[in-house]
Design a protein. Structure first.
Length: 367
């Protein structure tokens, strides 16, 4: 099979597909958490606590059957993630099997398990993108975040191998207390021709009431200082994001979920639970062979039934474009999906205050 398996739709066609999928209840994008196991033990990880025994994970045949059902329903892209997906001994079989269906694949990995065999698999049918999470710019910070003394060396070696093979790589990071002093250095790790390092400062709790997360979150004002210093065109990026989001629903009781979750995308846990997204656990159902579309639509109906309460502050918030929160994160943060994540709220307002007036005016006009 050649590298051209599956042609990524053009922008106009993609937008038309999204509109049709949303109207007819069809999935375009899927995320497969092949395993919740990981060789890193990151201090901020919200996945590790739900990792079960290997025997509880879906089999090779299960994953390939799921992928075929997704393709038959119109899904054209699948994200393979974990845990660390490369811990699966059958990763090559799953990956190549999905690519042979003509589905575009993205891969999330920490790169520590990238060896010659993995590179050969990926080169046989290159993915659309490989996103590698980096946790610091030095061995010391890597160890502080991942708990693995050899983590930095292993990850950097894996990244070098992916780049040497000419595979599409994008680095990303989680901005938090243990690595904030290296944020600029992490951003500088992207090589010429690669996308900028993606980052997220909105660390979510592992479970409702997880106050331990507070020690990892950076004060909103400091997040803004770090990101504006490292990203000169950040205001323009926010303006472009608002343009992509389009106008908000300001009806009396709009849908609480304003993202693609459950609309055109879905997530499958390592044990086969189909959810609108990784965090929307309450809206998930167990997968039965041959019934993926049914499970997807059940989750879709469930989240579409959740409406914003009267006078919900997020609906009319002028800084919503700067916010990284969502209903499932709010539920983890305060125990109620219709609630408000106080940290995300403070961060959004801090970002809004830092924006030039002209940018704010442009964003407001696009709402």
């Amino acid at each position: 099979m050649g590298a051209d398996c599956g042609i990524l739709p053009g922008l106009d066609r993609l937008l038309a597909m999204r509109r049709r999928a949303a109207a007819e209840g069809l999935p375009l994008h899927g995320t497969f958490a092949l395993t919740h196991r990981c060789n890193f033990h990151c201090v901020h990880c919200y996945v590790l606590p739900v990792a079960g025994p290997v025997e509880s994970e879906l089999s090779t045949d299960d994953w390939l059957a799921l992928a075929q059902e997704a393709a038959d329903a119109g899904c054209f892209s699948i994200l393979l993630t974990g845990g660390e997906p490369l811990l699966r001994e059958d990763f090559a079989e799953i990956y190549l099997g999905i690519r042979k269906m003509g589905i575009h694949v993205m891969l999330f990995t920490n790169a520590s398990r990238v060896d010659a065999r993995v590179v050969a698999t990926l080169r046989e049918a290159p993915p659309r993108l490989i996103e590698v999470t980096v946790y610091g710019a030095t061995p010391e910070t890597y160890r502080a975040v991942t708990g693995r003394p050899s983590g930095h060396a292993e990850a950097m070696r894996g990244i070098v191998r992916l780049r040497a093979a000419g595979l599409p790589v994008r680095l990303k990071t989680v901005l938090m207390a243990p690595n904030r002093h290296e944020f600029a250095a992490i951003r500088a790790m992207a090589e010429p021709g690669e996308p900028p390092v993606r980052y997220d400062a909105a660390i979510q709790p592992r479970f409702p009431g997880d106050v331990d997360i507070e020690r990892l979150r950076i004060p909103p004002a400091e997040v803004v200082r770090l990101e504006t210093a490292a990203i000169p065109d950040l205001p323009e990026q926010w303006r472009a994001q608002q343009a992509r989001q389009g106008r908000r629903d300001v009806s009396a009781s709009p849908p609480l979920y304003a993202c693609a979750a459950g609309g055109i995308s879905f997530y499958v846990t390592a044990q086969g639970r189909v959810q609108p997204c990784v965090s929307a656990v309450r809206h998930g159902v167990s997968y039965e062979r041959g019934k993926l579309l049914e499970a997807f639509r059940a989750g879709r109906r469930s989240i579409q039934a959740v409406r914003a309460p009267a006078a919900h502050p997020c609906v009319s918030c002028g800084d919503r474009v700067f916010c990284g929160s969502c209903p499932p994160v709010a539920e983890l943060d305060c125990g109620d999906e219709t609630g408000v994540c106080a940290y995300a709220c403070a961060l959004a307002h801090a970002r809004g205050r830092a924006m030039p007036p002209a940018i704010l005016a442009s964003i407001e006009a696009a709402r």
